[in-house]
Design a protein. Sequence first.
Length: 105
Amino acid sequence: MEEREFNALADEMLAHIEQALEACGADIDFELKDGGVLEITCENGSKVIINRHTAAREIWVAAKSGGFHFRHEAAGWSATRDQEPLMTAISRCLSEQTGEPVTLS
């Protein structure tokens, strides 16, 4: 995949994540920063950071539970380690960090 195509897909996904965060009803703040970095802050001060990593053509998620890498495949963005869908992983990480169920769609 070429860089321009990757960046377009990653930016589209980051915008989708922002919309899902707005709609989920959880007490979290988020900000999309330059360079494709989405910083999510939970009420307890913990953070989940999501960013595009252009060189690897991946979206990376950093949370208390670890770091996760996602590649775009025909079925969408899935983890390189276990094929977990990106939105499922973000929901899981936010649920773990907030102590409340967070579901992003």
